[in-house]
Design a protein around this ligand. Structure first.
Ligand SMILES: *Cc1c(COP(=O)(O)O)cnc(C)c1O
Length: 406
């Protein structure tokens, strides 16, 4: 038992880049977690859209422990069966012909942006280096990806930033078309902004970006790190929209909690990379490959994907019913099991307070900026867990309203 470890140790020992909850979870099962004191929580945070199948899923435990007993790692001088099987699963299920594996969403986007630059430089020349991204976007925390991200708070302290990156307004095709031209090598976009407030793209916006990229020979990158692996009720959100990117990045739920990321692309773009142009020590590690393969076996089935759409209804109906009685949210939106509740202007900026009250009631929720409470639970969360969690959540909202009487 780790009883001598306390939450205070975090403040003493850790680089203070996070502000974790006041309790420490020690055990999970399905969509329930328990902390050091034995308090129970329903998990609507899903490890930030990562724990696709909840905690301690038997099939994932089995895949991990079986591979753990065989071998863990060889490095990229050798390939391995789990990662090749995983690659085939992803290619069979998507538009892609080639996969590159890494360890996180940021690394997948880093690979995608590098691929786009190399493709453009090799094919058209070095002047074709412009990257168009979007305000409020989130693409990770490496220098290149915070620069592509559209939240200056995450990048400005680390200047000088990589040049040739411009930001258009999300869901505003006109603002993007002003920036996209023959010197653009890539457009990177989330089909639904996650960190930026749970904002689904408009159909016409994604379609328009597709047409602009085709016209100007720019690589269209869909960052599906948060929307991928069943989150929206389709395996990838591009399938929901019927708009196919040239490069897709995926991570978070792909490993169900085991770190793995991937970049998927077509033969046309993939062939500009060759031996030595990019790489990572752990990418495509057999442990990660085995677990992600087991995740996909379960997620990429009609039962799971239809179940996500069903669960969306459970959430939205109960949230709307609460909101009719106590108008706290001006919008309840999202796709599948990525749901955002936008606070009414009167309570703007208080999402964090609500998430803290929710934890005290025994339910873990996320925020997406100061004005949006976000839910990204496991795709297999049970109806009972949804109802119990939402009962606790609405109790927290009532407390919030009682404390914040205008
Ligand atoms: C979380 C996220 C990332 C970054 O993923 P990491 O694994 O934290 O590097 C990138 N893009 C999107 C859309 C994300 O939600």
């Amino acid at each position: 038992m780790s009883t001598s470890i306390t939450r205070e140790n975090f403040d003493q020992w850790m680089l203070p880049v996070y502000a974790p909850a006041p309790f420490i979870p020690v055990r999970g099962e399905g969509s329930r977690l328990w902390d050091q004191q034995g308090n129970e929580y329903i998990d609507f945070a899903g490890g930030i859209a990562v724990n696709a199948l909840g905690h301690a899923h038997p099939a994932l435990c089995k895949a991990l422990s079986e591979q753990a007993a065989r071998f863990w790692h060889t490095g990229n001088g050798y390939t391995n069966e789990p990662v090749l099987k995983l690659a085939k699963q992803l290619l069979d299920a998507t538009f892609a012909d080639r996969a590159f594996f890494c360890n996180s969403g940021a690394e997948a986007n880093e690979a995608a942006l590098k691929l786009a630059r190399k493709y453009a430089h090799d094919t058209f020349g070095p002047q074709k280096s412009g990257i168009v991204a979007f305000k409020n976007a989130f693409h990770g925390r490496t220098l290149f990806t915070v620069s592509a991200g559209g939240q200056p708070a995450y990048s400005q302290d680390f200047a000088p930033l990589p040049p040739q990156i411009q930001h258009a307004i999300y869901n505003d095709l006109a603002s993007a078309s002003v920036l996209i031209n023959d010197d653009t090598c890539a457009v990177i976009v989330e089909p639904m902004q996650g960190e930026g407030g749970v904002v689904p793209a408009n159909q016409a916006f994604l379609q328009g970006l597709r047409e602009l990229c085709t016209r100007h020979n720019a690589v269209l990158i869909f960052d599906e790190v948060q929307t991928g692996v069943g989150r929206t009720g389709e395996l990838y959100a591009y399938m929901h929209y019927g708009v196919t990117p040239d490069v897709l990045t995926t991570a978070k739920a792909l490993g169900g909690g085991f770190p793995i990321g991937a970049m998927l692309t077509t033969e046309t773009f993939g062939k500009v990379m060759n031996v030595g142009t990019h790489g990572t020590t752990y990418g495509g590690n057999p442990l990660a490959g085995a677990v992600a393969g087991a995740v996909l076996d379960i997620v990429n089935t009609p039962e799971t994907l239809d179940g996500v759409k069903q669960r969306h209804q459970w959430f939205v109906e109960q949230l709307m019913a609460f909101n009719d009685r106590h108008p706290l949210f001006s919008d309840i939106r999202g796709l599948g099991l990525l749901i955002g509740c936008q606070l009414v202007t009167e309570h703007a900026g208080k999402a964090k307070q609500i998430s803290q009250l929710a934890a005290a009631e025994g339910v873990m929720v996320l925020i997406a900026g100061g004005n949006v409470v976000r839910f990204a639970p496991a795709l297999n969360i049970s109806e009972e867990e949804v109802r119990t969690g939402l009962t606790r959540f609405t109790r927290a909202c009532e407390k919030f309203l009682a404390e914040n009487i205008s």
